[in-house]
Design a protein around this ligand. Structure first.
Ligand SMILES: NC(=O)c1ccc[n+]([C@@H]2O[C@H](COP(=O)([O-])OP(=O)(O)OC[C@H]3O[C@@H](n4cnc5c(N)ncnc54)[C@H](O)[C@@H]3O)[C@@H](O)[C@H]2O)c1
Length: 411
């Protein structure tokens, strides 16, 4: 529900790129305008912000300075959609100005920054929401219910394997995500979603992580390289060639605005200085004794995941596909296999919309929800911290070739 005394949530947006301009910009304004008023936009790139504002169809004032925006507009809520390593700065400044925050995932990229946010939230008494949209996907909701109902007894271990295809996966290697200092590697940037799902499903947090990572396809592995696709001499022979001019949204958001900050959207995926992994795995031991084996591959011919919970009385198994070179039925199948009792097939209609349909439900929860939160899907700073710290532990484990406890990161 909108706050008492006003008709709508007065929301300001910082970071008007793809996620800010789309999910938290145009889509929010188009679908949630009865509950949300966009009161200001902020971005360091004025040209990108102006293009995004036009696409959103709002007259909200534009700022390149965040503190000036907070002071002049006094929003109730700030939505943070800037690159990952900058989130903490905006979150803490907003909290200190008495403003609640919705931040895109990962909440931030290091243990120090996570502690800074948790301290600021405690000190100011304001609230941070982290946008873990996958918790709201109908298949995830059903699995959570089965686990709460103890359909397979006590969970003892989990197999969780996520696949990014050569379109989506490659995108992380084209821009700022490709450097660990910006994204914390995909163990933080992407796997924060998956580690959060595990924490939420299991109602626990990891104690120790042992991980491996390698760069096998992108970066220095490329057979050739160029500065960026648009002017690359190898465009005719490169499977990863991205024709940015063919996508009006990307072209508007990045092409002309790149003159302002040099941020090109089609940088070469074979740049030699890329320092994140495309192949990752981790063994995770949870505080409640559950063991999880996790992997993330970023150059696959399929997009989606395989997930199984093994319990004392059976197994829950799901394979959810987002994109693959064959046709899947328009429903996802959860297999509930009980020891000595055979299988029950549970069909969940495939939900249209971003992140298996999670994006819409997340916006409902944040801006419309008056139905409570029985499955505890709304995620705060604590959840944001525990999932990103799992990624930080994994990245540390790869670099230092040793198991890493989450406690050691927090101390
Ligand atoms: N929840 C999800 O499923 C999901 C999906 C996509 C992206 N995201 C997250 O959204 C965030 C943004 O991703 P994106 O793909 O839109 O990135 P992007 O690069 O398209 O946009 C980032 C924007 O931030 C602006 N910016 C950079 N530094 C700034 C600063 N110091 N002050 C103000 N503005 C600044 C840039 O100019 C740009 O407009 C990331 O944290 C990403 O992880 C989440």
């Amino acid at each position: 529900m909108a706050p008492t005394g006003t008709n709508k949530h007065r929301v300001a947006l910082v970071g008007t790129g793809h996620r800010g301009g789309g999910m938290w910009g145009k889509e929010l304004i188009d679908g949630w305008s009865d509950d949300v008023e966009m009161v200001a936009l902020c971005d360091i790139n004025a040209q990108r912000m102006a293009g995004a504002r036009q696409a959103m169809g709002t007259n909200a004032p534009m700022y390149t300075d965040f503190d000036t925006m907070l002071r002049e507009v006094k929003p109730q809520k700030v939505i943070v959609c800037t690159p990952d390593h900058t989130h903490d700065d905006f979150i803490v400044r907003a909290l200190e100005a008495g403003v609640d925050v919705v931040t895109e995932k990962p909440m931030t990229t290091t243990a120090e920054k996570a502690k800074r946010i948790l301290d600021a939230e405690r000190r100011t008494g304001r609230r941070v929401d982290v946008t873990f949209n996958y918790r709201y996907a109908p298949t995830a909701t059903r699995i959570k219910q089965l686990l709460l109902d103890k359909a397979i007894g006590e969970v003892t271990s989990v197999d969780f394997h996520w696949y990014l295809d050569t379109r989506h996966g490659a995108d992380y290697f084209r821009r700022w995500h490709a450097y660990a200092k910006n994204s914390g590697t995909l163990f933080v940037h992407k796997a924060t979603h998956h580690f959060d799902l595990l924490n939420w499903y299991l109602k626990s947090v990891p104690r120790q992580v042992t991980a491996h990572g390698a760069l096998n396809v992108y970066g220095r592995n490329g057979p050739f390289r160029g500065p960026r696709c648009k002017i690359c001499p190898h465009k005719g022979e490169c499977d990863f060639f991205l024709d940015i001019g063919k996508d009006p949204w990307l072209d508007m958001l990045y092409e002309a605005p790149s003159a302002e900050d040099g941020y090109v959207r089609d940088a070469c995926v074979f740049r030699e200085d890329i320092d994140i992994y495309d192949t990752m795995s981790a063994a995770i031991l949870f505080e409640n004794g559950v063991q999880a084996s996790y992997s993330l591959n970023a150059a696959m011919p399929i997009e989606g995941y395989h997930l199984a919970f093994n319990g004392t009385k059976g197994r829950i198994e799901v394979r959810q596909y987002e994109d693959q070179p064959w046709v899947e039925p328009p429903a996802d199948q959860i297999l509930l296999i009980r020891n000595f009792k055979g299988v029950e097939r549970i069909w969940i209609p495939t939900k249209k919309g971003g992140h298996f349909g999670g994006d819409d439900k997340l916006r409902d929860q944040l801006f419309r929800s008056d139905k409570g939160d029985p499955l505890e899907q709304r995620a705060g700073a604590e959840a944001g911290a525990m999932s990103l710290l799992t990624g930080v532990a994994a990245y540390t484990s790869v670099r230092e070739n040793r198991p890493v406890t989450l406690k050691s990161l927090l101390d």
